[in-house]
Design a protein around this ligand. Structure first.
Ligand code: AFP
Length: 334
């Protein structure tokens, strides 16, 4: 762990041009502040009456947990006031959230999942906030049109997540590598703990919900069979790991290598994960760290979202492992 704070790191590494307005740095500052507030609530989850569901069902058809609703509120409140955004989209809300004219508006669009893995909260397992940052297309002003938001992941200018685990970590990329920061609760600052994170070329872990096996398509069955039988570079068998919180499964994959898969299946032909608020930001991080992210047939970052809550299959992690899955798909016609 170094003494470099995330703000110091950003100021040192942000490209400084005469046109720079400081909006982007301000946006990240407020995002980090939101993450700290959510982290504080989560740490107290077992002590306050904030566990369990609200009784509502969200746009994704999933039960809303109280902490989902709290995290969503914190993000919306803080980010609407940050002065850098013109619009936001939350996994928890059907419609685009346009920044109200009573607040200063900026050029950026924030897409977020306020609390990924929230079905794990009641059992005190890692959850996280995932975010993707897009820039409004040049020359646009006034109210944001939905088409301005439906950009492919290649257009992201930043992405990351805040993982609420044994310690709270921010993992961030602004297109110049991936850097990890750990929250020092004593000083209330994220300190640089994982500079320039790189995914190993091949891992030794595959991660998939094998309970869905009977509904998988043929390439996924073949791929998982391959992971059951192939060897790691050290001659060992692959191990299985599955938390069931994408952000936690991805974090392990980023650090240790291997592959995380959420394939299409008979009940969910487009997979379960959301392209804009889950797959795209993690794909951006994976590629920035030397890994790959695919829907089986192509790069996640090149998919054009058809709507805010579009879903996608996801195979993400070490290049050798993701390429192995793509080979299985290449052997099957669409
Ligand atoms: P929630 O945020 O609603 O808990 O969704 C979690 C998630 O989208 C993703 O984080 C997990 O990897 C995935 O669902 C787990 O889904 P299964 O239970 O279908 O394996």
């Amino acid at each position: 762990m170094t003494d470099v704070t995330v703000t110091e790191h950003l100021l040192l590494h942000q490209k400084r041009t005469p046109q720079a307005t400081g909006q982007f740095t301000g946006l990240l500052h407020d995002l980090i502040l939101s993450g700290k507030s959510i982290s504080r609530r989560i740490n107290k989850a077992g002590l306050l009456d904030i566990l369990g569901g609200t009784g509502e069902v969200n746009v994704q058809g999933e039960n809303v947990q109280k902490l989902d609703a709290i995290a969503n509120r914190i993000m919306k409140y803080r980010m609407e006031r940050c002065g850098a955004l013109c619009a936001m989209s939350s996994e928890e809300e059907v419609d685009l959230i346009r920044v109200s004219p009573e607040f200063p508006r900026g050029d950026y669009i924030l897409i977020f999942d306020p609390l990924d893995g929230s079905s794990n909260i009641d059992v005190n397992i890692n959850v996280g906030t995932i975010f993707s940052i897009l820039r409004r297309p040049e020359g646009r002003s006034g109210d944001v049109d939905i088409q301005e938001v439906l950009q492919p992941g290649t257009r992201q200018v930043g992405a990351g997540y805040i993982l609420y685990g044994p310690s709270t970590m921010l993992v961030l990329s602004t297109g110049q590598g991936v850097h990890g920061f750990t929250l020092d609760p004593g000083v209330g600052e994220f300190l640089l703990s994982h500079p320039d994170m790189r995914i190993p070329r091949q891992g030794s872990i595959y991660s998939v919900n094998e309970g869905n096996r009977e509904n998988w398509d043929a390439p996924t069955r073949e791929a998982v069979e391959w992971f059951h039988t192939c060897k790691t570079p050290g001659g060992e068998n692959y191990s299985a790991r599955y938390v069931g919180a994408l952000v936690a499964d991805f974090h392990r994959t980023l650090l240790s290598g291997g592959i995380y898969m959420y394939p299409p299946d008979k009940r969910k032909p487009e997979g379960k994960l959301r392209l804009m608020c889950e797959a795209n930001p993690l794909a951006f991080l994976a590629e920035q760290a030397g890994g790959l992210a695919s829907d089986g047939r192509g790069r996640i970052l090149e998919r054009i979202p058809s709507h805010l809550h579009a879903r996608t299959p996801l195979f993400i992690g070490s290049p050798v492992d993701v390429e192995a899955v793509e080979k299985m798909y290449a052997g099957h016609a669409r």
